[in-house]
Design a protein around this ligand. Structure first.
Ligand SMILES: Cc1cc2nc3c(=O)[nH]c(=O)nc-3n(C[C@H](O)[C@H](O)[C@H](O)COP(=O)(O)OP(=O)(O)OC[C@H]3O[C@@H](n4cnc5c(N)ncnc54)[C@H](O)[C@@H]3O)c2cc1C
Ligand code: SF4
Length: 582
């Protein structure tokens, strides 16, 4: 028995190792995420075959774009540094085991408020951070797209909110977002495709607190199923969402956009770390150098899209510097890496008399966006939403330990209250500042590439927003008779910025189509392009931008304003693009 147990542990460890070293998507097939041990056919391209698009990253931005471009008839190879999981067999309901879904490579942090990275930050697997995100799927307040002109802070986006409203609807349909019949804030939006999830006790605490404070609340729009969809069954409310959903109820890029991309002819290369984008004498990109199975390779491409998240995207552009572009690619404005924006993620916690068991169900089942849409009574620019919370036990123990220095028997005594805690947490807007940035450190990673240095300090406006939210949420918890209320003052989440879009080459890195101003066949399509972050979680906006970018690329290709393959496709694209002319 003892030998067998050890044998099993050894086997699991071996399996985990091989999953992180041996690619699964190859030999003409990719993992079928809907069937344990299953495969689906996948087209493959030779390295010397110039594909229309090489996409770096398969998360919210890259995964969505790979799908849309492949469906429009372009040849696409999408690279991801992380493994290709089948959630049904690879994911455990175990917080430690699931560390494998995060990007935990070395990064240096500094500034007055150094960011916590690792699990608090980005993912490293096919599907990117959407594999472990909390599924909250919110639209921007329309005015935020013109926050400088209309609200007096930040920077304007070169996009119109009405156009974005249509793309939001497309993404909500593609992900079968579950949400309330009527959303209480902002302009009309179509009904969410799936009904809202029922509230858990933690969400009821939020609802009662809002009612006591006289502000509206609603069920949170979530990218997890409230009814069956194809081979995926509805959410079973076990609460392991931020460590990776093992049932496929979560509508991550891994189980939505990626299978569609492959069905449309895209190739996904897992465990393939792109280390450099190559540029020729004419100043055009020619492909990417990537590391897979112990060797460096070069994939030829007519266009390259960087979609590696707000840290890895500028890192790759900076690491790709040449004599012609000594400060890195797409960086004539000097803005690559700058204007990094986290979102504030402070919380207020309290103990309720009755059991709450906040871990049951997705973590944020109820929300108020009151302070995103109400500007009166604020001493700061921007806004915040706040949501109910459901931390899993290890995370909660860690939170208690770092906030109160608890350890040993004192921590155990505190953990005895776990089933009674309720919390409210913000997603708050932080302002863009050039001094908050990603640069290259001198240290090298396992591939011999310079690692990123991430510098972050809160500005006075950020601090005032945080103070306002903590006071308001504390009053809301007091109003529902929570006791032992305390504030978690230092958390941040969701990084964006670092390659902002804008109206001109001197104020931005890319244009409204996510095309770099400096190199016409280099594109950036992820959260890096955000000029501002607003007070809502970013992934719906990232996916909406990716859908728009695909439509713009199709229109540009149809007009012959883009490097793409053969005439057959160009004719097809031309026909389709007429209705997309701006
Ligand atoms: C715990 C947690 C909860 C979250 N919850 C929510 C939520 O509820 N709602 C919401 O909207 N957002 C949420 N987010 C944020 C959201 O997931 C991200 O903002 C979003 O996925 C970012 O999209 P992206 O395309 O910029 O990058 P990602 O989705 O992170 O994708 C980037 C991909 O690129 C790959 N990559 C990077 N560099 C390279 C390279 N050089 N070569 C090859 N591959 C590379 C990475 O492995 C990764 O898979 C959450 C994030 C975290 C950490
Ligand atoms: S609560 Fe729902 S979405 Fe979250 S892990 Fe469980 S089944 Fe997946």
């Amino acid at each position: 028995m003892e030998r067998m147990t050890r044998g099993c542990v050894g086997l699991i460890a071996m399996f985990a190792d091989s999953l992180e070293q041996i690619p699964r998507a190859r030999n003409g097939r990719a993992p079928d995420v809907f069937r344990p041990g299953g495969w689906i056919p996948m087209r493959e391209y030779r390295n010397d075959e110039a594909v229309d698009f090489a996409i770096v990253g398969t998360g919210a931005g890259g995964g969505t774009l790979a799908c849309k471009l492949a469906e429009y008839g372009f040849s696409v190879v999408a690279f991801d540094a992380g493994p290709y999981f089948r959630p049904l067999e690879d994911f455990a309901s175990d917080e430690s085991e699931q560390n494998k879904v995060y990007w935990t490579d070395d990064r240096i942090v500094d500034g007055d408020n150094p960011l916590q990275l690792g699990s608090n930050n980005s993912g490293k697997s096919v599907g990117g951070s959407t594999v472990h995100f909390a599924m909250v799927s919110l639209r921007f307040r329309p005015e935020w797209f013109k926050s400088r002109s209309l609200l007096g802070y930040g920077a304007d986006w070169p996009l119109d909110w009405r156009e974005m409203w249509n793309y939001y609807t497309d993404v909500e349909q593609a992900l079968k977002i579950s949400g309330p019949v009527t959303y209480p804030w902002g302009p009309h939006r179509p009904r969410y495709p799936y009904r809202a999830h029922p509230l858990n006790a933690a969400a009821r605490v939020l609802a009662l607190g809002c009612e006591a404070m006289g502000v509206k609340w609603t069920e949170t729009p979530l990218a997890t199923l409230s009814a069956p969809r194809g081979l995926a069954h509805p959410c079973v409310y076990r609460g392991f969402c931020v460590t990776g959903c093992s049932t496929n109820a979560k509508q991550s890029a891994l189980v939505t956009w990626i299978p569609r991309a492959i069905a449309a002819g895209a190739e996904i290369r897992d465990l393939a770390m792109v280390g450099r984008v190559e540029v020729n004498q004419a100043g055009l990109v020619t492909g990417v150098h990537y590391h897979r199975e112990g060797n460096w390779h070069f994939q030829c491409a007519r266009n390259v899209v960087v979609a590696g998240y707000a840290i890895e995207t500028p890192r790759l552009l900076l690491n790709s510097a040449t004599d012609q572009f000594p400060d890195g690619l797409a960086n004539s404005s000097g803005l690559v890496g700058k204007n990094l924006m986290a979102q504030s993620n402070q919380a207020v916690w309290g103990v309720m008399e009755r059991e709450i068991r906040s871990y049951k169900g997705p973590p944020s089942l109820a929300i108020t966006e009151h302070w995103n849409y109400e500007d009166k009574g604020k001493d700061f620019f921007g806004g915040y939403a706040y949501m109910s919370q459901g931390p899993l036990p290890q995370l909660w123990a860690h939170t208690e330990m770092s906030a109160h220095g608890l350890w040993g028997s004192r921590l155990v005594r505190e953990m005895e209250k776990y089933n009674h805690i309720a919390g409210l947490k913000i997603v708050g807007e932080m302002l863009p500042q050039e001094t908050n940035r990603v640069t290259l450190a001198d240290d090298l990673d396992q591939y011999g590439l310079r690692i990123p240095r991430v510098t972050y300090s809160w500005c006075d406006n950020d601090k005032r927003l945080i103070d306002h939210s903590l006071k308001f949420m504390s009053q809301a918890l007091e109003a529902v008779n929570a006791r032992d209320i305390w504030t978690q003052d230092d958390d941040t989440c969701h990084l964006n910025g670092t390659a902002r879009m804008g109206s001109a080459p001197d104020n931005s890195v890319v244009d409204a189509d996510c095309r770099s101003w400096d190199i016409p066949n280099l594109w950036i399509c992820d959260g890096s392009v955000f000029p501002t972050v607003g007070g809502v979680n970013p992934s719906l906006t990232i996916q909406a931008i990716a859908c728009r970018t695909a439509d713009r690329i199709r229109a540009l290709a149809g007009r012959g304003e883009l490097e793409v393959r053969g005439k057959r496709n160009a004719a097809k694209l031309d026909q389709r693009s007429t209705e997309l002319q701006p």
